[in-house]
Design a protein around this ligand. Sequence first.
Ligand SMILES: NC(=O)c1ccc[n+]([C@@H]2O[C@H](COP(=O)([O-])OP(=O)(O)OC[C@H]3O[C@@H](n4cnc5c(N)ncnc54)[C@H](O)[C@@H]3O)[C@@H](O)[C@H]2O)c1
Ligand SMILES: *[C@@H]1O[C@H](CO)[C@@H](O)[C@H](O)[C@H]1NC(C)=O
Length: 442
Amino acid sequence: MEDLLKKIENGRATVGVIGLGYVGLPLAAVFHRSGLKVRGYDVDERKVTLLSEGKSYIKHIGVDVVKDLSDSIRFQATTKLEDLAGVDIYVMCLPTPLGTHEEPDMSYVFGTSELIAKQLMGNQLFVLESTTYPGATDTDVLRILTKDNQLEVGTDLFLAFSPERENPAGSGDEAVETSIIPKLVGGVDESSGVLAAALYRCGGFKNVVKVKSARIAECSKLLENSFRVVNIALVNELKLVFEKMDVDIWEVLDAAETKPFGFKRFNPGPGVGGHCIPIDPFYLTWKAKEVGQRSEFIEISGRVNASMPSRIVDKVQLALNDVGKAVKGSKVMLIGIAYKPNVDDCRESPALKIWELLLDLQAAISYHDSFIPKVPKTRTHKRLEGVESVAISEEILSQQDAVVIVTDHDNIEYDMFKRVTCPVIDTRNRLRRLKGINVVLA
Ligand SMILES: NC(=O)c1ccc[n+]([C@@H]2O[C@H](COP(=O)([O-])OP(=O)(O)OC[C@H]3O[C@@H](n4cnc5c(N)ncnc54)[C@H](O)[C@@H]3O)[C@@H](O)[C@H]2O)c1
Ligand SMILES: *[C@@H]1O[C@H](CO)[C@@H](O)[C@H](O)[C@H]1NC(C)=O
């Protein structure tokens, strides 16, 4: 352990980053910037090629960041896991999605861990960054990594969990740079924790918080995300309740927000999307069942969230009805299909669900989202794949029968909605400052 610690502290360690996606790529960049040698591994040839050419494939990661990597002799991107043999540290940033029955899909993490187990040489640190259920690191990953070798955790193999807290840029909060967000680390034993903390401290993170165990770090991540999913569902449910009482939730939020303590504002909207908030909490509900304890708040939040798109489609239907039109055959334009403002990510986005529901009603749908020029491949929305964003102008908006603002990116000229004559269904209350237009809050 001492040798590895010294190597890390002297900046001589080589880090292998497994998975160069939204999490892995910025992490590789932070480690590299702090002087470490970094090897990045991904099965996606396209990403590895783009990286070697100094091109970014993630909107909020600038070309300069990627160029720094591609120009450096301390960085190598590869599609071959063999190229990582002999690294001192593995940091795994692979997807942890849900399966078809909302059960954790740990196949990426477990499958690749099995392959890594075969190339472990001893005196190495392995850190899992993928969100997971409590115990995944100290039980399942540990078992896989030590199955067919003589390695012993805490002696010649060190194992830790460190949750990713990346805040995709432009969330409306300040875009927080990866390296200044406090970085939690928890080892499966004391030495592992010490080594992992040293890695992130020396690897460019300004504020490393070492907690007692990997499980605490895993649970902290789940608490953070459950907190969001529950509060967003709560405010969405209250929106519907207040609406029936003729009360505008937005006015209520402004009022409540004047309380200087004990209140945190969450805004209503079309539901939660993205790769984390809709998924991670269900890792916890799944694991909770195993120990005979339900996590009902999370389950209820999931149900409230799931009902939001059809509520919004109801609003579209009513608004069209008001002007004497049926959904069938109506031209409906969706503005913003990313799951939140100013990001180029539409994974799990409620917009796609709203789109599908409107298609079922035979509306003619188009969308505008400059962050997502073309709908990417998704597991659940095959019908939408490949559809391209159209431009917007007053003229184009005026040719629609209805317009739905699903996600309010900042780069749209909202003033042009002033002169739109068709109903505008605004799920984010973006147009609240524009008076006297035909807006339906949804
Ligand atoms: N995106 C976020 O903001 C965020 C925030 C917190 C936590 N997380 C968690 O981090 C983890 C990674 O998420 P992400 O958003 O970076 O996902 P991602 O899909 O952007 O990245 C995963 C990468 O892994 C690659 N990959 C897939 N299978 C592979 C394999 N077998 N071997 C090597 N590479 C493989 C993919 O090509 C992709 O580049 C997930 O557990 C997620 O829940 C993500
Ligand atoms: C919320 O609903 C969206 C679809 O509208 C879905 O993609 C997402 O997974 C859901 N999230 C939760 C927490 O159920």
